[in-house]
Design a protein around this ligand. Sequence first.
Ligand SMILES: NC(=O)c1ccc[n+]([C@@H]2O[C@H](COP(=O)([O-])OP(=O)(O)OC[C@H]3O[C@@H](n4cnc5c(N)ncnc54)[C@H](OP(=O)(O)O)[C@@H]3O)[C@@H](O)[C@H]2O)c1
Length: 261
Amino acid sequence: MNVSLKNKTALIGGSSSGIGRAIAIQLAKSGASITVMSHSENKLKALVDDLDTENGQIHSYLVVDFSNFNDYKKVISEYFENHSIDILVNNTQGPSAGNTLEKNLPDYQEAFDLLFKTVVFTTELALKQMLKNKWGRIINVASVSVKEPLSYLALSNTIRAAVVTWAKSLASDVGEHHITVNSILTGYFDTDRINQLNAKKADQLGISQADVRSDMESKVPVKRIGEPKEYGYLVAFLASDKAAYITGTQIPIDGGLLKSL
Ligand SMILES: NC(=O)c1ccc[n+]([C@@H]2O[C@H](COP(=O)([O-])OP(=O)(O)OC[C@H]3O[C@@H](n4cnc5c(N)ncnc54)[C@H](OP(=O)(O)O)[C@@H]3O)[C@@H](O)[C@H]2O)c1
């Protein structure tokens, strides 16, 4: 099966590294023109130069700060004044780690701004053109914590659940316009984020990071951590015409980590 995204444009959040970067690389390989966005201009520039252009695509980048909602709102609104996109991948950096006893209301507000407000606002802007075009793909990078909360990620557990519920509701509202909305429940992937979380865990438990990692791998049925490019394959499929009948879902990509049905 050939997954083609020729003549499609995609905007991908948090894409200078990690999962977002892998998605950008795969969507470009499948033929889409990409706008990558994150905080670090140098990394974004380098990535744009590396992305596949075999189908004559034009790639670009946008420097944003997801942690400052007012600033983000201004930058992303300006972007949408001159651009329309077919595929939106909602992805930001993860919120800070910690259990419920370590977090207070301002922390939840901060995580809400980062994970929920940026996603809903960007989607609202993207939808204007998608509704006119009668075609669109909205894909949210979420987490397995939506189904099985992780003890050390109270903020992620709480706010991502709101994102997937919103996405499910949106899917019903826009389905008739050939716009699909899906959320991906991310397991363990080999990125900076997982290494930072593992470093914190190693400190707390007084063990090495290597031990934290092998413990993590042992819990995954396929006995390894995911490669970001594997994530890219799933997103490319969901973004394509081939996935037109898949919407309102929460799809795990976790090597079998989730135990629940
Ligand atoms: N990796 C996993 O195992 C895993 C598991 C479950 C859920 N997730 C979630 O999946 C998402 C992506 O994770 P990842 O592992 O790819 O993370 P990552 O490797 O840390 O990458 C995060 C991306 O966000 C950008 N970023 C960071 N701070 C930013 C800011 N203030 N403004 C704009 N961009 C910013 C980073 O780029 P710059 O440095 O250029 O700003 C980078 O491109 C996160 O929400 C994470 O919580 C990951």
